[in-house]
Design a protein around this ligand. Structure first.
Ligand code: SF4
Ligand code: ZN
Length: 277
C-alpha cells in the first residue's frame, strides 16, 4: 500500500527515468530514510543510480546521531554516501552560529545554508535529480506558511524554481502525497532504526506552530492536508504565470551561483553575516 503510493507519485509526476543518477537528500530522519528505502525498492524495476548526500549542520547531540543512522542505512543498502558539513563549507557549525547570533532565528540561517549545500552537493556528485523527503504534512505546512506570511511569489516557486538554470539540480519529492503518519508506520514495519529526538533549535520555528494547527484541523476535518496540497497544485500554473513576468536570474558576485537578486546570493549574505565575529 505504502510503496504503491510512492510508486504512483513517482510515475505520475514523471520524476524518474531509466539511467538517472539520483541524489537522495539524507538527513537520517525518518522521512529521508524511508524515502531511501523506497527508492531502493523502485530501483529494482527501473534501473537508475542512487547516491545519498547528507548535510551535517554541526548540531551536537542531534545531527551526529542521525548521521550515524544515515551511514548505517546506506551501508545496509549498498548506497554510495557523501557528507557535506557547514563547518567545512561555511566555516562554522550550526551550534557556533546559534551561540554567536543569539538574537537570530536559527532556522532562517540554517535553511539558507542547507538549501544551497544540498544543491551544490547534488551537482558535484553528478546527479540529474535531487530527491527530498518532504511528505504531505511538510507540503501542506509550507503552502500555509507562505500564505500566512503573504509570500505568494515564494509559493509560486515551491515546486520548481521560476527560471531554469544548469546549476540547479531538479528537485523531486517522492513522498509529497504520503502523510507523515504513514511514513512512521512504514518505518516501523520495515524495522528502520529511528532517532526520535527533534532538532534542539526547532522550537523557534514558525513551522512548528503551523504544524500543530494543521494537525488539529486534520483531526476534526480529515483530508484537510491533502486538500491544501491539491489546491496548491491546481493554482500552481496561475501563480507561476503571475510571477514569472518579474522573475530574473542574476549571478552571485561572490560564488557565481544563480540567484534572484543582483549582488550577493542569500548563501553568501549569510556567510558574511556569520563570519563577521
Ligand atoms: S530545525 Fe532549524 S536549526 Fe534545526 S536543522 Fe532544521 S532548519 Fe536547522
Ligand atoms: Zn553566492
Amino acid at each position: 500500500m505504502f510503496d504503491k503510493r510512492i510508486r504512483k507519485t513517482v510515475r505520475e509526476g514523471k520524476m524518474l527515468k531509466k539511467g538517472d543518477r539520483v541524489a537522495v537528500g539524507l538527513s537520517g530522519g525518518k522521512d529521508s530514510i524511508v524515502m531511501l528505502h523506497s527508492l531502493h525498492e523502485i530501483q529494482k524495476d527501473l534501473p537508475y543510480e542512487l547516491v545519498a548526500v547528507t548535510i551535517d549542520e554541526g548540531i551536537k547531540g542531534y545531527r551526529n546521531r542521525t548521521l550515524e543512522i544515515a551511514k548505517n542505512e546506506c551501508k545496509k543498502l549498498g548506497v554510495e554516501h557523501v557528507v557535506y558539513s557547514y563547518e567545512k563549507e561555511a566555516g562554522k557549525t550550526m551550534d557556533e552560529i546559534v551561540e554567536e547570533n543569539p538574537e537570530d532565528i536559527p532556522c532562517s540561517h540554517c535553511g539558507v545554508l542547507r538549501r544551497y549545500l544540498l544543491n551544490k552537493s547534488a551537482r558535484e556528485v553528478g546527479a540529474d535529480k535531487l530527491a527530498v523527503g518532504h511528505n504531505l504534512d511538510d507540503m501542506a505546512q509550507t503552502v500555509f506558511m507562505n500564505i500566512m506570511r503573504n509570500e505568494p511569489s515564494r509559493l509560486a516557486r515551491l515546486n520548481e524554481p521560476m527560471l531554469k538554470n544548469d546549476r540547479f539540480v531538479e528537485r523531486i519529492r517522492p513522498l509529497q502525497w504520503t502523510p507523515e503518519r504513514e511514513v512512521a508506520i512504514y518505518a516501523l514495519l520495515k524495522e528502520i532504526e529511528l532517532e526520535r529526538m527533534d532538532c534542539p533549535y526547532a522550537r523557534w520555528a514558525f513551522r512548528g506552530y503551523v504544524r500543530e494547527m494543521l494537525n488539529k484541523t486534520e483531526e476534526k476535518y480529515p483530508g484537510t492536508k491533502f486538500k491544501i496540497v491539491n489546491s496548491f497544485f491546481s493554482m500552481e500554473d496561475a501563480l507561476r504565470g503571475k510571477f514569472s513576468l518579474n522573475a530574473k536570474l542574476e549571478v552571485c558576485t561572490s560564488c557565481g551561483e544563480p540567484c534572484s537578486t543582483a549582488g550577493l546570493c542569500q548563501y553568501c549574505k549569510t556567510i558574511k553575516l556569520i563570519r563577521r565575529n
